[in-house]
Unconditional design. Structure first.
Length: 197
């Protein structure tokens, strides 16, 4: 489990695509303290550490994950948002995030407003009902509050700190972001589906 509060930016330094795709990520962390098998949210996608040294960790990515996320576009030099898994007693600064991406969302506009940036986001109609005004979403691993919603779109505002410290500061119209809908919305929808049978 994660909170959507990014603690570092990583860089893809190696990509192997023989069978499953394998990415090597350089980080500012001391990776020697990361357990093999640990979960790390990489731009919002929960991935398992298979190897590591002092400044790098390695993750393998399945075809299913590639089909639902932006990871297939990662190349050497790509910058990604990183968050270690929660420990009991950690501060919950964002919202509960699983690292299970639902779909790709497309940025349709990026507008600077004073010291923040507004992103207009288009999503698949099948996921639109899970996004609510003043609710939470996770975009590329970043916990954000929804400001406005439309039929198949919504808006979020990014404060300057988040803009500078995460990869959201590099997005533009046409960018694709990993979207995870709020976990509570997901389970509520499923409960209503079962009760209405």
């Amino acid at each position: 489990m994660f909170t959507g509060i990014i603690t570092a930016r990583g860089e893809i330094v190696d990509v192997q695509s023989d069978g499953d795709w394998v990415f090597t990520v350089a980080t500012p962390w001391d990776c020697n303290v990361i357990d093999i098998g640990a979960s790390i949210a990489c731009s919002g996608v929960c991935l398992t550490v298979t190897k590591r040294d002092a400044q790098h960790f390695v993750v393998a990515v399945s075809a299913e994950t590639l089909s639902r996320t932006s990871l297939g576009s990662w190349v050497v030099g790509s910058q990604i948002n990183l968050e270690r898994a929660l420990k009991v007693g950690d501060e919950l600064g964002g919202h509960i995030v699983s690292g299970h991406v639902d779909c790709l969302a497309q940025v349709t506009a990026c507008t600077k407003i004073d010291d923040s940036h507004r992103l207009d986001i288009e999503i698949l109609e099948s996921f639109a009902g899970f996004v609510a005004e003043k609710g939470s979403v996770c975009l590329d691993g970043v916990s954000l509050t929804v400001n406005e919603v439309g039929l198949t779109n919504f808006r979020v505002n990014i404060i300057d700190h988040t803009w500078q410290q995460t990869t959201l500061g590099t997005v533009k119209a046409g960018s694709l972001l990993n979207l995870e809908i709020d976990m509570l919305a997901r389970y509520m929808a499923r409960l209503m589906q079962v009760q209405n049978r």
